[in-house]
Write a protein that binds this ligand. Structure first.
Ligand code: GTP
Ligand code: MG
Length: 458
């Protein structure tokens, strides 16, 4: 069965994924990397992915592989409950928590088949977007990846990024923490900001980081008052909320949409009821996942359209080149024939001139004494036969040679042919067109699946 035909099945990629969003994200990723056949597509490295087509030297379309997971960074003051939230979300204590300054570096927490900890170099290799900060002093020794086998909530669609707690004063970070957070802000999809009521909710460093993140990524930021259960009295909580809000309001954009829900890790031993919006944090993560699914589906459509248009352009250009090559060849052949005529004339003049020289003429008379045409060629007039000019033959010969040189130059300039696609290349492009049609169909299938999942959850 041809690869193009295989494109019509939709569910052979991402089959291991459980939730629809996870399945769709994985499928899109697979389609970019290995194509619809995935690892079963025959060749040793799988089928033809969208990236393979885009990167083909015949096309060279810039195209980026969409992410398989949503990247969610958590920032906030020291001891705001960042690591505890991640542990709670995945239902496993992968991150150390406590009242001391626990997290001194950055830790990615991701789902995988085996519990594993990756150090700096491996983390940089795992998250290729970190390339820009790879050489930053002090970061390599303070960046890790924790791989967890947890399947809790939507963890399979999220990569958490735990950041060092922000504090004011003498605290020395082994790297420029503000710079790294800002840099990461450009690459993650969601930034959760935790403010705890007791700690340094008004920490200047936190405020500064939030202010600069707001400049470009206001829409990625979500704010929470964490560890709200530590303040039992309602009016105390309100006071803290007002204080944090006042501090933030001058530093954040779209403050009209500003929300600061109170959250804490669920517990059964509360003496007074305290509102807990922890589900809102999960909902924000879910929303980011849905947005990423939509974004990836849109990117895939755009990429397919761009690649399809590029294939058409290459084929059209090749057709136009074929016609142009014909025209150029006709002009070249015409000039070549004219050149030959001029060259023939030059030769004729040259022979006449040479024969007219006394030594050659004498030799010829001796050699062919009875040739009737010979005298005509060798007559004294031969020297003046070109427009009555003495040595006119030599001038005429020179002129012919110059004309010949000019014609040859023009012919060479005109007769330059475009390189055309080989039959094999053309066939490959036509096959790519079929693949792209198949990718679009698959994408439509994924879109339907996505909408169906919205109805189910709604
Ligand atoms: N009461 C209460 N305590 C919490 C909550 N979340 C975390 N804690 C406690 O707060 C302390 C600090 O929590 P961490 O998760 O280590 O805080 P962090 O923000 O990661 O701290 P750093 O890594 O130092 O920046 C720990 O003792 C947690 O048990 C919460 O919702 N309620
Ligand atoms: Mg921590």
């Amino acid at each position: 069965m041809s690869k193009a035909k295989r494109v019509t099945t939709s569910n052979d990629v991402g089959a291991l994924a459980t939730s629809p969003n996870e399945r769709i994200l994985r499928s899109i990723h697979e389609l970019y990397e290995r194509g619809p056949g995935g690892s079963n597509a025959g060749s040793s490295r799988g089928g033809v992915g969208l990236l393979d087509i885009a990167n083909d030297p015949l096309l060279r379309v810039k195209c980026f592989k969409p992410r398989k997971k949503v990247n969610c960074m958590i920032i906030g003051n020291h001891s705001a409950g960042k690591s505890s939230f991640i542990n709670w979300y995945i239902g496993e204590s992968v991150q150390t928590t406590g009242v001391a300054i626990e997290t001194r570096g950055f830790t990615f927490v991701t789902s995988g088949r085996k519990r594993e900890t990756l150090k700096g170099d491996a983390t940089f290799a795992f998250y290729d977007y970190l390339e820009g900060v790879q050489d930053m002093e002090g970061l390599n020794a303070n960046i890790f990846t924790e791989i967890s086998t947890s399947k809790e909530k939507n963890f399979s669609c999220v990569d958490f990024l735990d950041s060092p707690g922000l504090v004011d004063g003498d605290m020395e970070y082994p790297f420029d923490v503000g710079k790294v957070i800002n840099w990461l802000g450009d690459h993650v999809d969601l930034i959760l900001c935790f403010f705890d009521p007791i700690g340094q909710a008004l920490c200047k460093r936190t405020m500064k980081v939030i202010e600069s993140l707001n400049e470009n990524h206001a829409d990625k930021l979500a704010y929470y008052m964490s560890k709200a259960d530590q303040v039992e009295k309602e009016h105390d909580r309100q006071r803290v909320l007002i204080q944090i809000t006042q501090n933030l309001s001058s530093r954040i954009k779209n403050s009209h949409a500003f929300k600061l829900p109170t959250v804490y890790l669920p517990r059964d031993d509360l003496t007074v009821p305290i509102p807990n919006a922890i589900e809102e944090v999960c909902e924000d993560i879910d929303r980011a996942i849905r947005l990423t699914v939509q974004k990836n589906l849109t990117s895939m459509k755009e990429d397919c359209t761009r690649i399809g248009a590029r294939i058409e352009e290459v084929i059209k250009t090749n057709d136009a080149h074929k016609v142009d090559n014909m025209k150029r060849s006709m002009r070249g052949i015409t000039l070549m024939i004219i050149g030959w005529v001029v060259m023939f004339l030059s030769l004729y003049i040259a022979v006449k001139e040479v024969c007219a020289t006394p030594v050659i003429a004498h030799g010829l008379r001796k050699l062919l004494p009875s040739a009737p045409q010979l005298e005509l060629l060798l007559s004294k007039e031969a020297e003046v036969r070109w427009l009555g000019i003495k040595h006119g033959g030599a001038y005429a010969l020179a002129l012919c040679l110059v004309i010949y040189a000019v014609i040859t130059y023009v012919k060479n300039a005109v007769w330059q042919l475009h390189t055309l696609l080989t039959k094999k290349e053309l066939a490959k492009l036509q096959q790519y067109q079929q693949y792209i049609t198949g990718f679009m169909k698959l994408r439509e299938g994924l879109y339907k699946e996505y909408f169906a999942s919205l109805h189910q959850s709604g």
